[in-house]
Design a protein around this ligand. Structure first.
Ligand code: HEC
Length: 102
């Protein structure tokens, strides 16, 4: 193997792996926002801690864009009144916990 190729591999390995789809979102803030504005309804419909809505096999969200869009729909529908930056926090939280999009 040539030496330059090995160097390239080392450099690539040192780069942060996997881009974060919600770089401006803070999962901690998202967690408390979700708890406050969203969880009760999901719990009443899906039982447990309500997280089944995010983990059910036929879940409707399959991309980061859809996740943001769905958060916006749910927020608007329910008058949760999240600002776009709040939605990004919630997206970061839901992604870290459940969706794991890269
Ligand atoms: C009044 C009830 C209610 C509230 C409040 C609510 N949701 Fe939902 N949410 C639903 C229902 C019902 C679904 C399932 C829709 C479907 O299956 O088509 C859902 C689905 C979702 C999904 C998609 C899950 C999947 O299938 O991948 C996300 C994400 C979501 N909600 C986020 C939120 C967020 C964030 C909030 C708070 C701002 C919120 N929801 C508040 C009722 C609610």
């Amino acid at each position: 193997m040539n030496c330059r190729f090995v160097m390239l591999l080392l450099v690539l390995a040192a780069l942060p792996s996997a881009a974060d789809p919600f770089p401006k979102g803070d999962p901690k803030i998202g967690n408390s926002l979700e708890q406050k504005s969203c969880r009760a309804c999901h719990v009443s419909m899906y039982g447990g801690d309500g997280s089944k809505v995010y983990t059910r096999p036929n879940r409707i969200v399959t991309t980061p864009q859809q996740l943001l869009a769905r958060i916006d729909i749910c927020s608007t529908n329910t008058n949760a009144g999240l600002f776009p930056e709040d939605e990004e926090h919630v997206a970061a939280f839901l992604n870290q916990q459940y969706y794991k999009f890269k």
